[in-house]
Every structure is written in structure tokens, then in C-alpha cells.
Design a binder for this molecule. Structure first.
Ligand code: AN0
Ligand code: CP
Length: 318
């Protein structure tokens, strides 16, 4: 694997999941694989899990890790071609990415969408330019449109729960949840493309107006009636996202969409998933988060093993 930006970079999801589960049982088995290799982690947005799990994964492979909080500590970057830089940006992405490519063997980047201009966000301009000018393998720590390390951890978590069950017989439902702020579509987009590729019986449910971009929702079953969608579910993935069609807007915060214990009654004793951070009492009830059906901590733990498997596969190509 050269880069890890979307599911399309992964030749075989099952192999990657097996690599991750192998590390979960033997964290230090490849402790010298990354000797004298450096990973740089660049954050343009906040993070808890991604930052710490990626550092832990890299350290368990013997890598050096450098972290840069670009938004607070770095120079503000220009991304446009041919502009006269007489305004606020201090340095061009050409030089900034080029320099980091000299310091690092692999670069991880987190860069959220601005949620203003859909075309700009969905072109992944910043990400692709950074990759081009850095010239080293890139790992997405969540881009404008995708969060593949999260999706990989989610698929690992479901695999652990279902063991060798035929994925077509595992019903997975992604449900929209209310939130007070406009959030990216990235986690939902990514989860959809991974769930489809993993072969689950996969349904998305959301209020009208929250349709995901067709490229991500294609091959998923969409059901606007949440209760109907949840019938017989084995896994419920809860996530808020802002509108793709009315781009970046919060169209409703209807609390009836919050998942509660009552709603789980109609399911196959579904396990409940969320990528975190979660707003209690808005996206998910306390009773679910504190109850036996929640998998949120297992998901967060699996971020380490998924990332370790990704880094191993990239290190092997260096
Ligand atoms: C981010 C999002 O929804 O994309 C990060 C999730 C991993 N969440 C928030 O900004 C709350
Ligand atoms: N789930 C996730 O990516 O969390 P952070 O934003 O804390 O990294």
C-alpha cells in the first residue's frame, strides 16, 4: 500500500483487518520495522483519538513521530497557484509540504472541510496538493470527505463481534443523529464506502435533505423511516452530518432522531457504534453510552491496531 486516503487504496480489507487483529494480540511483534523511519502528523483541526492512536501505532513499529499543530503553531498556508502573496498567508503549500517531505518518510494529515464551498471541499484540493508537493506516502487522519482510519477501526470492531459470519447476513444501519453544529460528512461517507465494500447488508437512514453524495451512498439501501430502518439491525452506527445538498447546513436538530433504548427493542439486540467525540443527550442517550450495547470504546481501541496495520503495509513499500 502506497497511501491510505480511501478504501480504494486497500487491496483487500480482510487482510488489513487480519493484520490489525494480529497486532492486537502481539503489539510489539514488528517493533523494529520502522527503525530510523519518521512519521509526521499534521493537524489543521483538533483530535484526541487520531492523534494518540496514530502515535501509539507508529511507536509500536519503532518509528519516530513528529506532531505539528499546523492551525495553531504553523504558518498559514497559501494553496492557490500563481497568487501574489500580499495578504494573510505566509508560506505556500509547495514549500511547506516539500520541506516536510524531506523530514518525513510518511505524512499523516487532518484537514476538515470548510463546509462553505462544496466543490472546493469535495475536490480535496489541500490534501491532493500536499501529497503532490510532499512526495512521500500520505495517511489521511480525516480529510474533507473521508475518515478511513476510523472506518477501518469500525470494520475491525464489527468483524470481532461477528467472527466468521457471512457479511451479507449482518445488518448494519448508519443513522443520522441530531447535533447543534454543522459537522463534516466525512465519517458517514467513509463508513458507507467501507461497509459496502465489506459486503454487509447496509442501510442508511436520515431525515430528507441529508442525502450523502451519490458516490458514497451508492449501493446502500436508504430508508427515511428510522424505526423501519432499524428493524432487525445487528449494528447501529450513529453519526451526525450536515447537509450535502444544501451544503454545510443544519436543516433540523429534531431530537426524535436521537437513538434511545426504546428504539433498540425492535432490533436484533443491536450493538451501537459512534466514532467519538459524542455529545451526550443530543446525539446519543446516556443509557445507551453507559449500557452494555455500546461499542464506542472498542472502536476507539481498534484505532491503534488498524493504524498499525496501515503503517506496516506502507513501511513495507519504502
Ligand atoms: C468531527 C467530524 O464529525 O468529522 C470528527 C469526528 C472524528 N467531529 C466533530 O467535529 C465533533
Ligand atoms: N474519532 C476520531 O477521529 O476522534 P478524534 O477527532 O478525537 O481524533
Amino acid at each position: 500500500m502506497k497511501d491510505f486516503i480511501s478504501v480504494n487504496d486497500v487491496p483487500d480489507i480482510n487482510n488489513l483487518v487480519q493484520d490489525a487483529l494480529h497486532y492486537k494480540n502481539n503489539p510489539m511483534v514488528d517493533k523494529n520495522l520502522g527503525y530510523a523511519k519518521t512519521i509526521g502528523l499534521i493537524f489543521l483541526n483538533p483530535s484526541l483519538r487520531t492523534r494518540l492512536s496514530t502515535q501509539k501505532a507508529a511507536m509500536q513499529l519503532g518509528m519516530n513521530v513528529m506532531v505539528m499543530n499546523m492551525d495553531k503553531e504553523g504558518w498559514s498556508l497559501e494553496t492557490q497557484e500563481g497568487v501574489v502573496m500580499d495578504h494573510n498567508t505566509v508560506e505556500h503549500i509547495k514549500e511547506a509540504a516539500g520541506v516536510m517531505g524531506k523530514y518525513c518518510d510518511i505524512i499523516g494529515i487532518r484537514s476538515f472541510p470548510k463546509l462553505i464551498d462544496r466543490e472546493e471541499d469535495y475536490s480535496e484540493d489541500f490534501f491532493l496538493k500536499f501529497k503532490k508537493y510532499a512526495g512521500v506516502p500520505i495517511v489521511s487522519l480525516e480529510s474533507a470527505t473521508r475518515h478511513p482510519l476510523q472506518s477501518l477501526a469500525d470494520i475491525i470492531t464489527i468483524s470481532e463481534q461477528t467472527q466468521h459470519k457471512d457479511p451479507k447476513k449482518v445488518k448494519v444501519v448508519l443513522t443520522w443523529a441530531p447535533h447543534i453544529k454543522p459537522l463534516p460528512q466525512a465519517v458517514a461517507n467513509s463508513f458507507s464506502e467501507w461497509a459496502v465494500k465489506a459486503g454487509f447488508d447496509f442501510t442508511i437512514t436520515h431525515p430528507k435533505g441529508y442525502e450523502l453524495a451519490p458516490v458514497f451512498a451508492k449501493n446502500a439501501h436508504v430508508e427515511h423511516d428510522q424505526q423501519k430502518a432499524l428493524e432487525g439491525a445487528d449494528f447501529i452506527y450513529v453519526k451526525n452530518w450536515s447537509s450535502y445538498n444544501d451544503y454545510g447546513k443544519v436543516l433540523t436538530a429534531d431530537s426524535n432522531w436521537m437513538l434511545t433504548d426504546m428504539k433498540i427493542k425492535n432490533t436484533n439486540q443491536a450493538k451501537v457504534m459512534h466514532c467519538l467525540p459524542v455529545r451526550r443527550g443530543i446525539e446519543l442517550s446516556d443509557e445507551i453510552l453507559d449500557g452494555p450495547n455500546s461499542l464506542v470504546l472498542q472502536q476507539a481501541e481498534n484505532r491503534v491496531w488498524g493504524c498499525q496495520a496501515v503503517l506496516k503495509n506502507i513501511l513495507k513499500t519504502l
